[in-house]
Design a protein around this ligand. Sequence first.
Ligand SMILES: C[S@@+](CC[C@H](N)C(=O)[O-])C[C@H]1O[C@@H](n2cnc3c(N)ncnc32)[C@H](O)[C@@H]1O
Length: 234
Amino acid sequence: MDTSERKDTVHLRGVHTFVLRSGRMTEAQKRDYAVHSARWCLPFQETIINYTDIFENTAPVTMEIGFGMGKATAIIAAQNPDRNYLGVEVHRAGVGRLLGEIEKRGLTNVRIVEHDALEVLECMIPDGSLAAFHVFFPDPWPKKRHHKRRLMIRPRTDLLARKLAPGGYVYMATDWEPYGEEAYIELTATPGLSSAYEGFAPRQAWRPETRFEQKGKASNHEIYELMFVKRAES
Ligand SMILES: C[S@@+](CC[C@H](N)C(=O)[O-])C[C@H]1O[C@@H](n2cnc3c(N)ncnc32)[C@H](O)[C@@H]1O
């Protein structure tokens, strides 16, 4: 597959799953970004990375796509020092915020890539290598003409499945019921993946509440959780 073909597959012909916000950064986020990004951020590259070189251990690696301000990322990483977390986000203020949390909590098991996660997956991540994907409250793109921007639709979910190790999982939470339902159908249709539950997953106690979850709850939205596992034979 050449580069243009690859981008067409993942981006559904150049359609991105995000809009880059010009969002201002706080002074603390700017300072943390300036001081700490060289230590904890990996530059986007067009070649496959080696987790052992990056994390300096062989622990399993979970990728979180769209960590926002990284609150949940930092809490989960602190609670699981025997696992590694690769957070991917395009929003620089969020990167600055997570860098601040990494330093404050003394975390050594988090790395950040400030780039489109789909390109990161295509270019940097070995097939069959990730223990999990965490996708907390992805942009719901509620208007019909925007549905093609959703992250959890094929062929994007095929790419996620390809990057998972056998037994690995894709976990998603959303407060937008129609997106939850569509994602369930798309993930069910994705080769190699099976739902761990009949229908939506029960509340996963390990996931801390996120900023967007708080917003959803403030609007009286229910939370829908999906847990799909990569079958060992695939
Ligand atoms: C609705 S916010 C949710 C943030 C956070 N997970 C939470 O629950 O509070 C979705 C985030 O995903 C990011 N995002 C969307 N598509 C992305 C992609 N392809 N690569 C990296 N980040 C992405 C957006 O920039 C945004 O910050």
